[in-house]
Design a protein around this ligand. Sequence first.
Ligand code: ATP
Ligand code: MG
Length: 395
Amino acid sequence: MDRVILIKYGELSTKKGNRNFFINTLYNNIKSKLSIYDVEIHKDRARMYIKFLENDFDAIKKVIDKTFGIHAYHIATIVDTNDEKIQDAVLKLALNEKFSTFKIDTKRSDKSFPIHSQEYNKVLAGLLFKNISHISVDVHNPDLLLKVEIRPKESFIYFNSYEGIGGYPVGTQPRGLLMLSGGIDSPVAGYLAMKRGMILDAVYFEAMPHTSIQARNKVIRLAEKLAEYSDSIRLHVVNFTPIQEEIYKNCREDYCITIMRRMMYRIMEGLSKKYRAYVIVNGESIGQVASQTLSSMAVINSVTNIPVIRPVACFDKLEIMKISRKIETYDISIIPYEDCCTVFVPRHPIINPSIDVALDEEKKFDYSPMIQDAIDTVQTIKITFDNDNQFSDLL
Ligand code: ATP
Ligand code: MG
């Protein structure tokens, strides 16, 4: 018996004006993510279904489980719309299940099918009674709820329901730029931003030779994990070394982190224009470290007007870790490699910085050309979800 993955749109269908746009985006995302498989994808206003080769089932299910915009789906058996074939399939499926109570729920979208839904429920229930002993009907809370959808050419029969990851299809919002470090928080922030439908590019600030190639590889591996939720992600690697060295040569030690992060935001603003991104996304979480107190955030954020989205701002570290385990970035994030922030960390970073002091400290070196240079010399790595990455020449 052939099976299909049957996707119900769920939350998507409440987006009245945008409904077609959302459905088409989801369709295109699924099509592109499944392009290496031999599949047929059909969509209508209420549902989408995917015909696949049985051998590919596990791999395809994994892809569907990482596609935003899917709230629930079913694995349905598909048969020609023909009474005998439907009865055959219903019986085969039921014989494979353990249950003592059941309910049949027939929907008939093909009105030319000669038997009405209610009547057909009775026909199918009779079939089960005849062939399986010790079962009874329970319309309120059955062990087995068998759904039969009779459609013009082919009909679906299913009883299971799988939860999708929800959210909106990636691409229903424009591009955002994720500040991706090797830590735990920023990949989770990226995942949550994509869940809202954002297309993400990631930006990694590198400080070679103070940071290593292993640190970069770790970020690439994190980006690969995130790319499983979209189709691909571009990772822009910024050479942050000259700016960082100047900061530590010239500025008050306790303000170094504040100024370093203001420089990062300035570069992010330039990159947002370069790559046509609408927002910056990062893994800042209120109060986590000195640079993430509200007063620090205000001084740091004041260098740009571009909206900064902080998906984990109000999460506890434990809540963030829970998501990072779910999305399989945790084990990569905890590999101990130095980051550009950790290499230069001052003994006592300022907790409540003053904007005036920050501005005075920044007058001590000519940072504008360095910012421009960092933007101009960015290296871009395209990360695709099937791990077939084209970065070997950069390593
Ligand atoms: P994470 O927050 O990802 O666990 P972290 O705790 O080392 O890493 P923080 O010092 O908390 O990073 O920095 C806050 C945020 O700033 C990060 O979540 C990330 O979005 C951004 N960030 C920090 N360092 C870098 C970097 N080297 N490249 C890109 N973004 C960075
Ligand atoms: Mg952090």
